[in-house]
Design a protein around this ligand. Structure first.
Ligand SMILES: *[C@@H]1O[C@H](CO)[C@@H](O)[C@H](O)[C@H]1NC(C)=O
Ligand SMILES: *[C@@H]1O[C@H](CO)[C@@H](O)[C@H](O)[C@H]1NC(C)=O
Length: 475
């Protein structure tokens, strides 16, 4: 249970419903909450004690715990300015290695979603690059919400401009891109006369942030028109870079043969523009993967208040998340391309496993869809999956191996779920072994109709990319 501050204005209708009333917060404080993020307890605790809803001893306990924590952290050990962490400042934070870390984090977060072969670009053969879009020269936008103070920014325009000559056009005066903020002519002219076009679009905190939910999955305002017109007018390859926290339905760009490549860069931080250039010019081989499903715009018709995970064919409810969602996706959870290719080969995994049920267990005599996911038959029941991963392409690169399992169709089980992931870094032609330990009762269990965790009996499919392996689980 969370104690939320009622925010001023701008709360979405959903959010407002979920603000628990004051008495809920007081009950939570009595149940052991010592601190809330904000001023809620400070504002309401005295009134709650006076109204007899909260005892002073509960307040004493909370205050004691908070003070003890401060003591352990050294807050009372002397002049705070002389404590080990008292004098830290930009000279400690903005070291070359920390700035390189910001750039490396941004590189690793970039997800390549489409590449018709035009990426990576060759900096030496490009004489001019059109850098277009409301996020093309983004600075503050790159550091997202709950941000610190960056040492400096490298905007996409600056990052790209460090490699090739650029022409900049915002295309829209802001990401909202509504009304007459669209500046198509200048943007299409720039795209028509450059060797390559990079469009940087997406969102910022005027579109999505805490207390401001999007109601559409489409690019804001007239951004789709900007993208289509610029892609159409480009004389060279047109590369679409989406800078955002949330997903977008960019089906039109995915299927357009005028758009050579698509990258999602998240809100990449202070060095984001340098990292985007590193990826576009091939100084870094992208290895990021989508952390969420990118749903089509039609998914916004599903009420947010319907939180069922499982699809309901009788009403057309599509379900939620990569585990259960049955509808079309724009991009799937885990999607992400590389400039090289990786081949997976199964080294070892069992084909058959039996759970040793206690004598007299009903499932020894009758056919059961599943058995309890706890008990003696679960103790130490685990196996290893060994895979050989080979970099089959021409460039070194990182690769995240996702191990999924599709359970047998019992208890409305998910279509698949992620058992684990491991990242390897391989030179061209190099191979490495990736190992996963699978705990049968924990990893191969599903939740039944009554909310109990059960090990599904029958045929489980383990998959990594296109590689599939069948494991039969019996008793
Ligand atoms: C790009 O953004 C930077 C940082 O905010 C700013 O200094 C610079 O003038 C901008 N460039 C253009 C061409 O607007
Ligand atoms: C693309 O270009 C063609 C020919 O120049 C034009 O007829 C068409 O309207 C353009 N489409 C868009 C979306 O701008």
């Amino acid at each position: 249970m969370l104690c939320y501050e009622p925010t001023n204005g701008n709360s979405s209708p959903f959010r407002r419903d979920y603000h628990p009333p004051v008495f809920t917060c007081i009950a939570v404080a009595a149940a052991g909450l010592d601190l809330n993020c904000g001023t809620f307890l400070a504002q309401h605790t005295v009134a709650a004690v006076q109204a007899g809803k909260l005892s002073e001893s509960d307040v004493d306990r909370a205050v004691t715990n908070n003070l003890v924590t401060l003591m352990r952290l050294g807050f009372f050990d002397g002049d705070p300015r002389e404590l080990p962490f008292g004098n830290l400042g930009p000279s400690d934070v903005c070291t070359p290695s920390n700035q390189e870390l910001a750039r490396e984090a941004a590189r690793q977060g970039i997800v390549l979603l489409k590449n018709t072969g035009k990426l990576p670009l060759s900096a030496t053969s490009i004489k001019s690059m059109a850098v277009i879009g409301p996020n093309a020269n983004a600075s503050f936008t790159m550091i997202g919400n709950y941000e610190g103070t960056p040492c400096k920014y490298t905007t996409p325009l600056q990052g790209l401009g460090a490699n090739v000559a650029t022409v900049y056009q915002p295309g829209c005066t802001n990401v909202g891109c509504s009304g007459n903020s669209l500046q198509l002519d200048a943007a299409t002219k720039a795209a028509a006369s450059a060797d390559v076009t990079v469009l940087v679009v997406g969102a910022d905190q005027s579109i999505e942030r805490e207390s401001l939910d999007r109601t559409s999955l489409l690019l804001p305002g007239q951004q789709p028109q900007l993208v289509s017109a610029v892609a159409n007018a480009s004389s060279g390859p047109c590369i679409l870079v989406v800078m955002s926290g949330g997903p977008f339905d960019i089906s039109f760009a995915k299927s357009s043969d005028k758009i050579a490549a698509i990258l999602w860069v998240g809100y990449p931080g202070e060095a984001g523009g340098a990292a985007i250039a590193d990826v576009l010019f091939g100084y870094h081989n992208p290895s990021g993967r989508l952390p969420v499903t990118w749903y089509p715009e039609s998914f916004t018709k599903v009420p947010m208040t319907d939180m069922r995970m499982r699809p309901d064919p009788s009403t057309g409810y599509p379900g939620r998340t990569y585990r259960f969602y049955t509808g079309d996706t724009v991009y799937a959870f885990g999607d992400g391309l590389s400039y090289t290719s990786f081949a997976h080969h199964l080294v070892s995994a069992p084909k058959q496993l039996a759970l040793q049920l206690a004598e007299g267990h009903a499932c020894l005599t009758e056919q059961c869809p599943s058995v309890e996911a706890e008990g003696a038959h679960c103790e130490g029941l685990a196996f290893d999956v060994h895979l050989r991963v080979r970099n089959a392409g021409e460039r070194s690169g990182g690769h995240t191996v996702f191990l999924f399992s599709s359970p047998p169709a019992v208890h409305n089980a998910p279509a698949k779920h992620l058992l684990g992931f491991e990242k390897v870094s391989l030179e061209p032609g190099q191979a490495g072994v990736v190992a996963f330990k699978v705990d049968v009762c924990k990893d191969l269990s599903v939740v039944d109709e009554l909310g109990n965790r059960k090990v599904a009996l029958g045929s489980h499919t383990l998959h990594v990319g296109d590689l599939k392996h069948t494991l039969n689980l019996g008793v």
